[in-house]
Design a protein around this ligand. Structure first.
Ligand code: ZN
Length: 344
């Protein structure tokens, strides 16, 4: 009994990195309610009970529709800054030292936000995250897959044309069904040549062929989700040999009904294969998820020890695109917290 609660405390104390979280999807319920009241025409509920009901996703397409409705509430630099600092506060409370946050510039621009408003909101929020909460934030700009090649071109032009402080990677999100990865190869090539790292979503709602395509066509260094790779041992072997990381988001996959339960999640197979895996929240308030909650859920389901949990936290740091000095600091902190826990 006490051991379980100690392990729960250990999970909170463990310094970690969050590598797969979407800015819009990180909006707290209170933030969404405030924005929904300001913009009632968007059709997002303005009371907490109705918002919880709104967040009961019937399937992945329904989730995407809800996500886009929430996104349409975000209009100004101040709205963006509010999201960024709200996320930083949540991360700091969970001992997250560093996070790579996915932003989808093209969708904000389609909603009528100016380039300047988006960039200013991100920059001001990032500064406040560091100074007030001690959390270092980095950005991944991603293509909204549903916007096709045009969305891809606009996203890479925005990323490389503005190249804001903290931008480290280039991604691809949204639906996978009917949205082949290979059509975005030219944009990923341009982004990679400019020094951005490749982190597309793949294998969240489609089979392992999409993950192979993300690797071969888009040069993926990390895969967003990669859930279906669990059914392809050759792919798992390949990922292990090449050090390709899977950003696993267990609660997200349950809530969008891609897996029936955390027990049924292929994370066990990935870890048994020696594939580098990180735990992540994706869209935490929408899914009722926290990063601490993901570590606890996986620890409980797989029966992980403190040492194994520390190893997952270490992977989140080593698989990140943070500076080597930043990584070394957090890794040393993890060792210290583990040593204290093991001394009892
Ligand atoms: Zn995602």
């Amino acid at each position: 009994m006490s051991n379980v609660s100690n392990l729960d405390d250990f999970v909170v104390a463990l310094p970690k990195a969050e590598l797969h979280v979407h800015l819009v999807g990180s909006a707290s319920v209170d933030t969404v309610l405030a924005l929904a009241a300001r913009h009632p025409e968007a059709g997002v509920p303005t009371d907490a009970a109705a918002l919880r009901e709104f967040y009961q996703f019937r399937d992945f397409d329904h989730f995407v529709r809800v996500y886009l409705a929430v996104q349409s509430l975000i209009r100004t630099a101040a709205d963006i800054e509010l999201l960024v600092t709200g996320l930083a506060r949540e991360l700091a409370a969970q001992q997250v030292r560093y996070a790579e946050v996915t932003v989808t510039p093209y969708n904000h621009l389609l909603d009528g936000m100016s380039d300047d408003a988006l960039l200013t909101g991100l920059a001001d929020g990032r500064t406040e995250a560091s100074e007030r909460y001690g959390v270092e934030l980095a950005w991944c700009f991603d293509i909204p897959g549903e916007q096709g090649v045009l969305g891809g071109r606009e996203t890479v032009a925005f990323a490389l044309g503005n190249r804001p402080q903290g931008l480290v990677s280039f991604g691809l999100g949204g639906p996978e069904v009917g949205v082949g990865r290979a059509q975005f190869a030219p944009m990923f090539t341009a982004a990679r040549e400019a020094g951005l790292r490749s982190v597309p979503h793949a294998g969240e709602t489609t089979g392992p062929a999409t993950v192979w395509s993300a690797i071969h066509d888009l040069g993926a260094e990390r895969i967003g989700h990669g859930t279906s790779a669990g059914s392809d041992p050759r792919l798992l072997d390949y990922a292990r040999e090449r050090g390709i990381v899977f950003e696993v988001c267990p609660t997200s996959n349950v809530r969008t009904r891609q897996v029936p339960s955390i027990e049924a999640h292929p994370i066990r197979r990935m870890l048994d294969h020696g594939v580098p895996v990180t735990l992540n929240t994706d869209d935490p308030p929408m899914f009722g998820a926290t990063l601490v909650g993901e570590y606890r859920a996986v620890a409980g389901t797989l029966g992980l020890t403190a040492r194994e949990l520390a190893e997952l936290a270490r992977t989140s740091v080593t698989a990140s695109f943070q500076s080597e000095a930043g990584k070394a600091n957090t890794l040393a902190e993890i060792d210290k917290v583990l040593a204290e826990y093991e001394r009892g």
